[in-house]
Ligand binder design. Structure first.
Ligand code: XMP
Length: 319
């Protein structure tokens, strides 16, 4: 007789057994997995847990504020908001190679997390929202050329370096079970049902060089696009939808003036596990309306492309 309520009790007992009176630190990303893990661990050991939200300046519109306020105010969770956007964006300045971007972000993430962990006096345990499929995947991919999907959130190497043990209360669960556990713990459905968001954030939706101006335009275009999807009731039918800003400007016309502005691509896919994906079939009407809204509402954009590419041959993200 297995229910999420029983799982929750059992998990809490196991966390208490493992941690004892030790201190736990958790990198909260705002994603479902790390959030559910953090709330569960907090329920088990309260103030022995400290969460660090590493803000790399590559989050979506209003996202960091939302995540931080939800966990601080609603869950009363001890949370450090590490605003390191100047550091990340500074090191990314002028970088356009996708793998280099990922390496910079991943490396800085660990550095910053370690810095904040030390600042609070260190910890005995590192909490991670590792799921069962992550366990399987990291085994099957080991030694291969592929970076595991969770490469960024998984602060690999750090536990040994800082002499920490791992607390991974979701290790036996699949994604839908984590969502059920999240609901059981009272996380809002709007949060639990959110589309996946990659660790490197908007960096991999901004092919070419990353600038603050481009990130700003991208955030606004993405917000309009997601608003459109929600207004049409399509959000839950889609695995992942987002806008990307393309590394080019094109000529357009607005009234009787010529414009020379950025082009934005919109992408939406359906998928089961992110390993393969199909393009979501929007109606022409939806696409036309979205194009009009993005160009009218976002200054600096005068062209919208619709990404038709499935995975394979494309990847879901642009980089
Ligand atoms: P791709 O672009 O490889 O993405 O088809 C598959 C799924 O993985 C997500 N993704 C990442 N998630 N760190 C993450 O946490 C990453 O570096 C990363 N790269 C891709 C992507 O959003 C999609 O859901």
């Amino acid at each position: 007789d297995w229910t999420m309520g029983a799982y929750r009790e059992e998990a809490i007992r196991k966390i208490r057994d493992q941690v004892g009176s030790g201190r736990v630190i958790c990198a909260l990303s705002g994603g479902v997995d790390s959030s559910v893990a953090a709330v569960l661990i907090h329920e088990a050991i309260g103030e022995q847990l400290t969460c660090v939200y590493v803000d790399h300046g590559l989050m979506r519109l209003g996202e960091s504020e939302q995540v931080v306020s939800m966990f601080r105010e609603h869950y009363n969770l001890p949370l450090i908001h590490a605003d390191e956007s100047d550091l990340f964006l500074g090191k990314l300045d002028g970088v356009s190679d996708p793998e280099t971007k990922r390496k910079i972000i991943g490396g800085l993430f660990i550095e910053v997390f370690e810095k904040h962990a030390k600042a609070i006096g260190g910890a005995d345990f590192l909490a991670q929202g590792t799921l069962y499929p992550d366990v399987i995947e990291s085994v099957s991919f080991s030694g291969g050329p592929s970076v595991t999907i969770k490469s960024h959130h998984n602060v690999g190497g750090l536990p040994e370096r800082m002499n920490m043990k791992l607390v991974e209360p979701l290790r036996e669960l699949f994604k839908d079970e984590v969502r059920a556990l999240g609901r059981e713990l009272g996380l809002p459905q709007s949060f639990i049902g959110r589309h996946p968001f990659p660790g490197p954030g908007l960096a991999i939706r901004c092919p070419g060089e990353i600038t603050r101006e481009k990130l700003d335009i991208l955030r606004q275009a993405d917000a309009v696009y997601i608003d459109q999807i929600r207004k049409h009731g399509l959000y839950d039918e889609i695995w992942q939808a987002f806008a990307a800003i393309l590394p080019m400007k094109t000529v357009g016309v607005m009234g009787d003036t010529r414009t020379y502005d950025y082009a934005v691509a919109i992408r939406a896919v359906t998928s089961v596990d992110g390993m393969t994906a199909d393009t979501y079939p929007f109606t022409n009407e939806f696409l036309g309306e979205t194009m009009t809204r993005i160009i009218n509402e976002v200054k600096g954009v005068n062209r919208v492309f619709y990404d038709l590419t499935s995975k394979p041959p494309g990847t879901i993200e642009l980089e």
